[in-house]
Ligand binder design. Structure first.
Ligand SMILES: [Fe+2]
Length: 351
């Protein structure tokens, strides 16, 4: 018997005994939210397929109209999947083009409201003028929640991505803090006297030894849309959006958009490509973590005070899940995804 076969048999034998963790990502199948399912420029006359919680959604354009459907347009008759409750029997999801993405409403179509699309202050609302080279797509071999937790840990860049985007070595001061609402976490890190990151030095033309760094990450819990605003001084701002669309318990997809109009060339052309180095680095850590993350493990879940945002994240996700399990899909009064976050991101702070 080969190893794969014996492993499969062992897996099946344990299947009955296996319990899922309280912290089960597939539980977090949150409804009534907009997912940015695709880069807007990837959607044309030909239908493309995206996956949300293991369900196919097809996207295409008919003239001005964007169509999001649970069946491919060429599929007819008995081969069509029956329409689900997300489309009120029509087979069509509500879809909107904004900030260079196609957003699809996942939930009760009667509750779809464009005001609930997260505000992204550094991207044009109509998506016009976003250069192609500022868009990337990365697939992670981890569920969206683990991916978000990894990103919430803003210090991980130092050791995991140190040679590219992080600055190795000690900084003069380094502080991190966060705030939250019932559906958002906003985490900020302020570092002074940090060794200049290699990419800033060699490609960005920052010729000093040390720089200050301030970054804010704003996370929308229901949609996993992460809005990131790092600023380097001397240097420039590297704002970007990372929406972790939940494809399944072992995968998520990120259509990332940078906004680097203020950065010099060739930095602005090259920086988005760094996602193809940084993404696999994250993946190398998350891929082996994901099975343990999903399944019940008797080992203690150890964490330190630096994990406070991650712990708050789990706490809030569980609370939101509790409400949704009781068929309460509303947004509480402290949440307004479409509210202006310019100040929250620290964009208004003068250099
Ligand atoms: Fe990372």
């Amino acid at each position: 018997m080969d190893t794969l076969q014996s492993k499969t048999l062992e897996y099946l034998a344990n299947a009955k005994r296996r319990k899922f963790n309280d912290w089960l990502p597939s539980q977090f199948d949150f409804r009534d939210t907009w997912f940015p399912l695709s880069h807007a420029n990837h959607v044309g006359k030909q239908a493309i397929r995206r996956i949300v919680h293991n369900q196919f959604i097809y996207l295409w354009r008919e003239g001005e109209r964007i169509v999001a459907a649970d069946n491919h347009p060429d599929i007819t008759g008995f081969r069509r999947r029956p329409a689900n409750s997300f489309t009120a029997g029509s087979g069509l999801y509500k879809a909107v083009e904004r900030y260079g993405y196609i957003w699809v409403w996942y939930g009760n179509p009667d509750n779809a409201d464009q005001a609930l699309i997260p505000h992204i202050p550094f991207l044009p609302k109509n998506g016009m003028g976003i250069p192609n080279y500022m868009r990337t797509t990365i697939r992670f071999d981890a569920c969206s929640t683990l991916s978000v937790e990894n990103l919430l840990d803003l210090t991980h860049a130092d050791f995991l991505h140190g040679e590219v985007v992080g600055g190795e070595g000690e900084a003069k001061t380094d502080e991190a803090f966060f705030e939250s609402t019932s559906e958002t976490i906003t985490r900020t890190r302020i570092v002074t006297g940090k060794p200049v990151s290699p990419i800033m030095r060699w490609v960005g033309g920052v010729r000093v030894k040390y720089q200050d760094f301030r970054s804010t990450l704003h996370v929308h819990l229901r949609s996993n849309v992460c809005i990131y605003y790092p600023r380097f001084d001397p240097g420039f701002d590297v704002p970007n959006v990372q929406p972790f669309v939940p494809s399944g318990p072992y995968s998520s997809r990120v259509d990332q958009i940078f906004s680097l109009a203020d950065a010099p060339t060739p930095f602005r052309q090259l920086m988005p490509k760094v996602a193809f180095i940084v993404g696999p680095q994250d993946n190398s850590v998350m891929r082996p973590q994901n099975p343990r993350y999903i399944n019940l493990d008797t080992r203690a879940d150890l964490h330190s005070r630096f994990d406070a945002p991650g712990n708050r994240y789990r706490y809030l996700m569980n609370k939101l899940n509790e409400r949704q399990k009781n068929s309460d899909f509303s947004y509480l009064s402290d949440v307004d995804p479409g509210a202006n976050i310019t100040e929250l991101l620290g964009m208004n702070i003068k250099r």
